[in-house]
Design a protein around this ligand. Structure first.
Ligand code: SIN
Length: 329
């Protein structure tokens, strides 16, 4: 009798087993920009590659345009296990590590090639694991591009910005940058920027060509100064709990898929920036202001002193590494 009961239980367990093991791991990938941006395209490529490599084992759900979480909530949500992957801009990690503030220092990196060299070097790679004790694990970097200043009035020299209100990402460095030109900086989520500009609650903001175009900021900002004064790049992050909890094969294949998706996104970033700058010019909704050497130097002189207040927290080793990256090493 006992034997019969055991056999029946065993059979039931076996018949349930396939459906249990068949449930795919759900990976929610939340971000705040449009699909047709370097981040949007990279996330979709990651989904395609991960699901191709791990058929039936993972399901990647990409949520663009702050549909799931805004940028000021996503990291908290990740630590609670409500989202598994995200790629916040590097300015959004300030409360987790001061090291990443380096990316917000105005006029630090000469161009995107220097940013790439810095990120792939030992200091940049070390930053990926610098938040592990807080439960966040960096999987890689993704480029967007250099920042431009958009406004309701033309901005040619820093004094044109004095007294004006600018939306910034949640970063003390960016706050200090606008203070240095006597402007007022307001930390607001990305999802609110268009409305703030449209209603004239603020006068301007700083962003990349692809964000200015894909979020339609150019429709409500008659002037864009091509200042290239800073960078918006991303760190793809997951929680250490989620990542460590995966089995080795799944983790390895996910990492391979992400690495490929990052190469794909990084190759697109410059093309998308050029395309969207041209789209804005062609739209004739916004005038793109090119600065003379002398005008640009005024912005550098006004903003660069901000470095002094943050250098100790960021670490002088990181600043030296950025300098090396600028000099092509
Ligand atoms: C992003 O590119 O993810 C957002 C940038 C911003 O908040 O301005």
């Amino acid at each position: 009798m006992k034997k019969k009961i055991f056999s029946a239980c065993f059979a039931a367990a076996v018949s349930f087993a396939p459906s249990l093991s068949a449930a795919p791991i759900e990976i929610k990938f939340s971000h705040v920009v449009a699909d047709d941006t370097p981040k949007g395209q990279m996330a979709l490529k990651f989904k395609e590659l991960a699901e191709e490599r791990l058929p039936g084992k993972v399901e990647v759900k990409v949520y663009p345009n702050s549909q799931l979480f805004t940028d000021n909530k996503v990291l908290e949500a990740m630590l609670l296990g409500d989202v598994q992957m995200a790629a916040p801009s590097l300015s959004k990690f300030e409360s987790y590590t001061p090291r990443l503030q380096i990316y917000d220092l105005p006029f630090l990196f000469r161009d995107m090639e220097a940013v790439e060299r810095f990120q792939q070097g030992p200091v940049g790679q070390g930053m990926l694991t610098s938040m592990a004790d807080k439960g966040l694990f960096g999987l890689g970097y993704l480029h967007n591009g250099l920042k431009q200043l958009s406004a309701s009035e033309p901005l040619r020299v820093p004094s044109d910005a004095a007294g004006k209100k600018f939306r910034i990402q949640a970063s003390d460095v960016l706050h200090a940058q606008f203070e240095a030109i006597d402007a007022v900086a307001l930390k607001k989520p990305f999802s609110e920027v268009f409305t703030l500009l449209q209603t004239r609650a603020i006068d301007g903001q700083e962003n990349t060509w692809s964000n200015i175009y894909s979020q339609n900021f150019y429709e409500v900002q008659p002037y864009i100064t091509e200042s290239n004064h800073g960078v918006i790049d991303y760190m793809v992050v997951t929680s250490t709990d989620f990542w460590d909890g995966l089995d080795d094969e799944v983790r390895l294949e996910l990492k391979k898929s992400l690495d490929e998706a990052l190469v794909y996104g990084n190759n697109l970033a410059e093309k998308i920036a050029e395309r969207d700058k041209q789209n804005i010019i062609d739209s004739k909704r916004s005038k793109v202001i090119e600065l003379s050497e002398e005008e640009r130097q005024q912005w550098v002189d006004a903003m660069k002193p901000v470095w002094n207040s943050f250098a100790d927290d960021i670490g002088h080793d990181a600043l030296e590494a950025a300098e090396l990256a600028n000099s092509n090493q």
